[in-house]
Design a protein around this ligand. Structure first.
Ligand code: ACO
Length: 428
């Protein structure tokens, strides 16, 4: 490990400090670079740039490692619950039994939505994408919960965080109910966080909804697998929005908007649509050939990752969970056979081996969600629900940092240089 690196720029010899984290690559501290040289660094996709320091999540993409507060994702998915993981991400430690009871109770006391928000839903078209509704409704929370929008007050920040985690299942379930024309279901606080979400989504007022424990566990595990993923695009969006002092509800709405894209959270929907389109194992080679063709924009959805250049550890858990859910529900889905065969063929193809393209978390999640009964349009909404805890944990960490300042990237300007205004009548 070196303490500094030397750089010769703009005719100056600089000693740039090297900072070390607890694990992972060191970073070169370039904060004074512009002041000392008049030059910026250029890294449009942030492929070599750390935008913050954080003690929440660590990823080693080459080794396929994902740790939350030090705990491996595989252990958390196997041994803990989503509520425990929420506590861990937000507060830094796994809860004791008493802490977990208190935390779960607090979350359960914030599950209802302001009644007027139900009216808000009725303004949307019935065929609106659930993510369009989520962006709108979550942003609108700031109009209803102004008593927890003062970001300088740690107490209000924590209440807003609890509200967001608690209300997201209600908001997502209502988006689904609205799309199929069924009445909204009130939350039931005697159920688990995940059981309650299933009840609000698939229950109807006409009869008692019985939560299937295998489905509940699978869903809870999916939530755990999506809970946080360090400085990904949507989390960075939440941080950037929050860096201006915007209220947490507005920041999370910004994160939801970013998550929607097919290169990020929208990939689970796109992956299942792709698997359905492929349809049968014999058509896979055609799609693999298309994915490799430079002149075809088609990509294997659910494959590849900016950080993982090894098997995404979340995909391993996902694949096991698919088998459990399909077995429990007695579903035989040809899409799963296509997924398994596609993975096998891609992983033995030199193109995917050389580029280190492996299945990511989204490759199998769609198969499970579809077996449970969710339409593909809900997939990204479920991702947003689960990722909310990561977003609020990262947002809280940023706001509590005394050195926090507004995020303001710079640019390499390539437009016209200064020129004089031409009146309309003289323009040719
Ligand atoms: N299928 C075929 N080729 C691919 C794929 C893919 N899924 N992913 C990457 N490649 C190729 C690219 O064409 C590129 O080839 P080249 O070097 O010859 O030009 C190379 O691999 C590197 O790809 P980049 O796009 O430069 O890598 P980047 O890190 O920017 O992209 C991303 C990562 C966006 C996830 C990409 O792999 C992708 O589009 N995957 C499909 C969408 C997807 O599954 N997204 C989910 C991400 S996980 C999440 O958000 C939870």
């Amino acid at each position: 490990m070196t303490d500094s690196v030397k750089l010769n720029a703009a005719g100056k010899d600089l000693d740039l400090k090297v900072l070390s984290g607890s694990v992972g690559p060191d970073v070169i501290d370039i904060r004074k670079l512009y002041a000392q040289t008049g030059m910026f660094t250029y890294d449009p996709g942030f492929t070599s740039t750390a935008s913050c320091d954080s003690a929440i999540t660590y990823i080693d993409g080459d080794e396929g490692v994902l740790l939350h507060r030090g705990y491996p994702i595989g252990q958390l998915a196997e041994k803990s619950t989503f509520m425990e993981v929420c506590h861990l991400l937000l507060n830094g430690e796994l809860p004791t039994k008493d802490e977990l009871d208190k935390f779960s109770y607090t979350i359960s006391r914030h599950t209802m939505l302001h009644e007027q928000l139900a009216t808000f839903y009725r303004g949307f078209r019935r065929d609106a994408h659930p993510m369009a509704i989520m962006c709108g409704v979550v942003g609108a929370l700031s109009a209803f919960y102004q008593d927890s929008a003062d970001i300088t007050d740690p107490q209000q920040r924590m209440i807003a965080s609890h509200r967001l985690i608690a209300k997201m299942p209600t908001i997502a379930a209502m988006a689904y109910k609205y799309s199929i024309g069924q009445p909204f279901m009130s939350p039931k606080n005697n159920l688990s966080y995940t059981g309650n979400f299933l009840q609000m989504t698939f229950g109807v007022p006409a009869e008692e909804y019985v939560v299937n424990p295998v489905v509940e566990r699978a869903m809870d595990r999916i939530f755990i697998l999506h809970a946080d993923h360090e400085q990904n695009a949507s989390t960075s969006t939440v941080r950037l929005a929050g860096s201006s002092g915007a209220n947490p509800f507005a920041c999370i709405a910004a994160g939801i908007a970013c998550l929607w894209g097919p290169a990020h959270g929208g990939a689970n929907e796109a992956a299942l649509n792709m698997l359905r389109e492929i349809g049968t194992v014999d058509r896979i080679p055609e799609y693999i050939a298309r994915a490799k063709d430079k002149n075809d924009p088609f990509r294997l959805m659910g494959f590849g990752h900016r950080v993982y250049k090894n098997y995404d550890p979340r995909a391993t858990v996902m694949q096991q969970t698919v088998r459990e859910v399909l077995g429990e529900l007695g579903v035989t889905d040809p899409v799963f056979d296509v997924a398994i065969a596609l993975e096998e063929m891609a992983l033995s193809d030199p193109y995917f081996i050389e580029k280190k393209l492996f299945p990511n978390v989204d490759f199998y999640s769609g198969v499970i969600l579809s077996a449970i009964g969710f339409p593909t349009t809900m997939f990204t909404a479920l991702f947003a629900l689960a990722r909310t805890v990561g977003w609020v944990a990262q947002w809280n960490e940023m706001i509590s940092d005394p050195e926090q300042k507004i995020g303001r990237p710079r640019q390499l300007y390539t437009g016209p240089t200064q020129r004089d205004f031409v009146p309309l009548a003289d323009r040719t």
